[in-house]
Design a protein around this ligand. Sequence first.
Ligand code: DX5
Ligand code: ZN
Length: 208
Amino acid sequence: MKISASFLSSKDIPKDLVKLNDTDVDFIHLDFMDGKFVPNKTLPFSEMKHIGEYTSKRLDIHLMVKEPSKYIPMFAELNAEYITFHVEVDEDILEDLQLIHSYSIGAGLAIKPDTKVSSLVPYLPYVDQILVMSVEPGMGGQAFIPESENKIKEVRALLDSYHVKAVVNVDGGITDETISLCREADMVVSGSYIVKSDDFQKKISSLR
Ligand code: DX5
Ligand code: ZN
């Protein structure tokens, strides 16, 4: 199981990024919120862009924004393995996926808990990651929604039926207790479970 660590709930982001850099975590999950797609706002890009000063890990960027096309070119400057935005946005999704690919970065589509898996179908040939939200996007530290276990299985079955090799990632409420509900995923995002502990590596190892 690959692990992507979210620093959304960090009290001291630079310090936690340096600590995470010394673990075997696979990716740093960068959550970005515009205050429109979700009510909350994170730090602006002008501050997020300094992330490379604290970590050499590849980034798994999660854009919770209304207009991904506005932000993709900025975030593409960072050390990103994936840039993911939401299938619920009103923009031309294929264009946005292609925009991400134009920077040779993997393109991801995130899906909220109440959105049907079938909404992903038109985009399957163009995605490298599906991010199954196991909480309502907008904040860290929420409880894993139990129905997500089936959602993960549905996404996996859909990808298999279309012979799509995209990575299945799960985001929200991942702990050593909920990880057993994510066995059909390739990767999980974990935030507060890791950064609110005093032994990051131990928590990361408990999820593998
Ligand atoms: C929620 C974010 C998640 C969140 C995960 O909107 O997308 O990435 O930070 O944090 P935990 O693990 O605390 O649910
Ligand atoms: Zn996220």
